[in-house]
Design a protein around this ligand. Structure first.
Ligand SMILES: [Zn+2]
Length: 357
């Protein structure tokens, strides 16, 4: 069965006036045929000059030695016609188009993923977090803590009396917020040491807060340590840890599917638990929560501010030390500040606004 010869509607300009005439283009016997209401004509295929494809601009067919030309749009019908005419696009034009499309599609996929990561994921996590059962979070946290104990954490060296005092202070803080009751027995203060991590305290999504000896040593005043613990309780009250866990799990699951590597995904979740990189909004919420709690206990948010100052000084010292360490084998700093952005601004807020609620 013979296939239909390619043809195409176009506009014809005689090159003398701006008048536009509709024509039907087709190809026969090595000629380009133009048929319109005003009559028809034919042009030898070899005399047809086609403009290169630029974006979506219509392509122009010119005829050697003439000022007349046709505007023929773009698309598969024109491609078929040009192909029948024996015309081939220049390699440059084809590559330019292909690269342009490759770039545009890559950029749009990237933008969609970025938007989903920046907005969709936190939004979804915020929506889901209140419905996640604490028991499920607890077993995940236990698993993660076991991993951390294996690789990064050491048993505490704090005297029992010191621990008991901190434990009592912590229980008193926790009891002051009825909303924390949903964590039940899981809400607990655990003690560890880690020279590698340095001064740090972190809340696991199941409700455990881990306090490192290095932080206790840095804040010689228990009131400052309790201020930091209030901030961590704020992360638990607002379910920030659960939200971060959901977000990192989604990223990990996608990574696992993408790379087919589940162990890598597990590592991502573990890393996120320790160093969750809370958002600025989350930090502000946890600071506000801590400030309120400190005020209700007759203390001042300045306690958290002074603890933050000590942490910042320690963070800067550790960073300088790391930069001197040319091996760089000890990896990056994982202390409290590396997961807590905007310290200077937060210290200012806590100091300037000690009385506000
Ligand atoms: Zn925080």
């Amino acid at each position: 069965m013979p296939t239909k010869p390619p043809s195409l509607d176009a506009c014809y300009y005689d090159g003398l006036s701006s008048r536009r005439r509709p024509v039907r283009l087709s190809v026969a016997g090595g000629y380009l045929l133009l048929d319109g209401p005003d009559g028809g004509r034919s042009v030898l295929a070899a005399a047809v000059r086609v403009s290169e494809a630029h974006g979506t601009a219509p392509r122009t067919l010119r005829f050697a030695g003439e000022s007349a030309f046709c505007e023929a749009g773009q698309g598969p019908a024109l491609d078929a016609l040009l192909s029948a005419l024996g015309y081939r696009d220049g390699i440059a034009a084809r590559l330019q188009n292909r690269w342009r499309w490759a770039f545009v599609s890559l950029a749009s996929v990237g933008l969609v993923l970025l938007a989903a990561y920046l907005y969709g994921l936190p939004w979804g996590a915020r929506l889901i977090a209140p419905h996640v059962p604490i028991a499920a979070m607890r077993s995940l946290s236990d698993e993660a803590l076991a991993q951390l104990d294996k690789y990064l954490l050491k048993p505490t060296a704090l005297p029992e009396e010191r621990r008991r005092k901190l434990q009592d202070g912590f229980q008193e803080l926790a009891a002051a917020d009825p909303a924390l009751a949903r964590y039940g027995d899981s809400l607990a203060l655990g003690f560890r040491a880690s020279p590698r991590i340095g001064p740090n305290a972190f809340a696991l999504p199941g409700g455990q807060i881990i306090l490192l000896d290095e932080l206790v040593a840095l804040c010689d005043d228990d009131a400052e340590i309790l201020a930091i613990l209030s901030h961590e309780l704020g992360h638990l009250n607002k379910r920030h840890s659960i939200r971060m866990l959901i977000q990192s799990s989604v990223v990990a699951a996608i990574t696992a599917v993408w790379f087919g590597d589940v162990s890598y995904a597990a590592g991502v979740v573990g890393g996120a638990l320790l160093n969750s990189g809370y958002s600025r909004d989350m930090e502000r919420e946890a600071d506000d929560y801590a400030a309120g709690m400190l005020r209700r206990r007759g203390g001042s948010p300045a306690l958290l501010a002074s603890a933050l100052e000590k942490l910042e000084a320690s963070h800067l010292a550790r960073r300088a030390e790391k930069e001197r360490d040319e091996d760089g084998k000890s990896g990056r700093i994982m202390d409290w500040l590396s997961s807590h952005p905007d310290t200077g601004e937060r210290i200012r807020q806590l100091r300037e606004n000690p009385a506000a609620d």
